[in-house]
Write a protein that binds this ligand. Structure first.
Ligand code: MN
Length: 521
């Protein structure tokens, strides 16, 4: 029982997956993950012996006892993987979107412990998940010992009419799966050489019933669906009363209204930039998934095909208010713009430092931010702070888009290293959580790469209180009187109208890094 094979297959500097370790105790948890890798499949994992025993299932599980589903053993995974959701970058093992399809606990059904059952090649258990319930058997095939079958027992949860529903059914693989095909990406590519262009969603014919956006968002309560007239286009909004922040009572309608209200402030930071979607279809307490590539979009959404790590990806470009509303309607709470623009994607026009708190108070983050500013002041570079909207602070250095990502990354690394050296008590550039001291803040300079991003200015965050990433003045940072919780979808507009956009210099100031890189070497 170990994780050697798991760890050997992965480069943890290049994948967001957890390194993990063998746990001392095993609770009987299970997870089924939907994995849009080179071939869409499901990963079935049962916690036992301090790890997750894992099987890869090409067609996923079934609640129909007649459907015996193939499950091929894969390497043991760490228990930390129970929670893993995210995009494994191209070039890594298992590259693709990875999301939780179902999770819960399992109850072993014999006297023998699950590990002993595993060794014997037959595991009986009862699942208590959201989708999978009741008794199941995993049975090892004698002739092919890495192949097992997952079989639903005929109990009250058995359902011969059951059909597996994907979390992400909108990409090419998802749609092929729904059609009953499960081609690999390679097989799909053989069928057609060129990637299909983005399918355009037509406006509904009954658009005559559309209301103006101004009239809709004046309403106190937003509910149901609405067709909204905006800039000569019709935007379809759905389930406006769906609760997105259950503890605060904020709905999807509140999210969409916020983006409508702040659109003229936020759009300059999204204009011409590819946006990464992080979708929360059931609000902040539900499951989420990343989406870079869009297969369909309304006419008014600008998309651009961009080569990323050898693949062609159709990105949404953040060009207009309609697009902001459309994205919010998809459950995309945050706005994640690239650091470069479509006209020159290889040359970013800002550098980002992300001060990522460990166990420290926000006042200490502010203190460290002043130290970052000091280093940048010495290099004769202007920089601008904002709350991340979560727990930390972002510092942007606006630059002329003439330096490539390699040079910008080098600059950012050197600045971060100098800050950490000068402030050892509170700062580190150590990426490994285990090696950081508790009171140290991680000066994250790793987001300065092509295709990476942080939540942009005025982006909402999927956090309690519906917080927003808020640009600050250096005086506010120095005074240590604000916290990220102070800025929310309910008060950001008032601050903007009263004090204006504290971040606008980021768009105007165009600095060169050449001298700074030299001074730092
Ligand atoms: Mn997998």
């Amino acid at each position: 029982m170990g994780l050697e094979e798991y760890q050997r297959k992965r480069d943890f500097r290049r994948t967001p997956e957890p390194k993990g370790r063998v746990a001392k105790v095993s609770r009987h948890r299970f997870v089924v993950q939907e994995h849009h890798a080179s071939k869409l499949h499901f990963d079935f994992r049962l916690e036992m012996g301090g790890v997750l025993k894992s099987w890869s299932m090409p067609r996923g599980p079934s609640l129909d006892p007649q459907q015996k589903r193939l499950a091929v053993t894969t390497e043991d995974h760490p228990v930390e993987y129970l929670k893993f959701v995210g995009h494994i970058p191209e070039g890594n093992y298992g590259a693709g979107e990875h999301m939780i399809w179902d999770a819960g606990i399992y109850e072993p059904l014999t006297e023998r412990g699950p590990l002993e059952q595993y060794e014997r090649g037959k595991i009986n258990f009862r699942l208590q998940g959201e989708k999978l319930r009741g008794e199941f058997t995993l049975l090892r095939l004698n002739r092919r010992p890495n192949q097992w079958l997952l079989i639903k027992s005929d109990d009250k949860y058995a359902d011969p009419a059951w059909k597996l529903e994907l979390v992400l059914a909108t990409d090419e693989q998802g749609r092929a799966f729904e059609r009953g095909e499960n081609a690999t990406a390679k097989q799909a590519a053989r069928h057609k050489v060129k990637k299909k262009s983005v399918e355009r969603i037509k406006t509904k014919p009954n658009a005559g019933e559309a209301v103006s956006a101004a009239a809709l968002f004046r309403r106190r309560e937003l509910s149901g669906d609405a067709e909204v007239k905006l800039n000569g286009e019709i935007v379809s909004l759905t389930n406006l009363d769906k609760l997105y922040w259950p503890d605060d009572g904020y709905t999807k309608g509140d999210l969409i209204k916020y983006y409508y209200q702040v659109s003229r402030y936020i759009l300059p930071y999204l204009k011409d930039r590819p946006l990464i979607l992080k979708r929360y279809p059931d609000g902040i307490a539900g499951k989420f998934f990343h989406q870079h590539d869009v297969d369909r979009a309304p006419e008014y959404v600008r998309t651009e095909r961009i080569a990323v790590e050898g693949h062609e990806v159709d990105y949404i470009i953040g060009d207009n208010t309609q697009t902001l509303l459309y994205m919010a309607n998809l459950g995309a709470i945050e706005r994640h713009p690239w650091n470069s623009r479509v006209a020159d994607l290889d040359h970013p026009d800002w550098v980002v430092f992300d001060l990522d708190p460990g166990a420290v108070e926000f006042a200490v983050i502010c203190e460290l931010a002043m130290k970052v500013k000091k280093v940048l002041d010495e290099l004769d570079l202007d920089c601008f702070p904002k709350t991340s909207g979560s727990r930390g602070l972002h510092i942007y250095v606006p630059i002329k888009p003439v330096h490539d990502y390699k040079d910008v990354a080098l600059f950012a690394e050197r600045v971060a290293t100098r800050v950490a050296q000068e402030n050892k008590q509170i700062a580190t550039v150590e990426r490994s959580l285990a090696k950081r001291k508790r009171a140290q803040i991680y000066v994250d300079h790793m987001q300065n790469a092509r295709g990476k991003s942080v939540a942009g200015p005025y982006s909402v965050r999927p956090r309690a209180g519906a917080t927003v990433s808020a640009p600050l003045t250096w005086a506010e940072v120095k005074a240590q009187k604000v916290t990220p919780a102070d800025f929310t979808i309910k008060n950001m507009l008032a601050r903007l109208e009263k004090k204006g956009d504290h971040f606008k210099s980021v768009l105007r100031s165009k600095q060169m890094l050449t001298d700074a890189i030299e001074q730092l070497s």
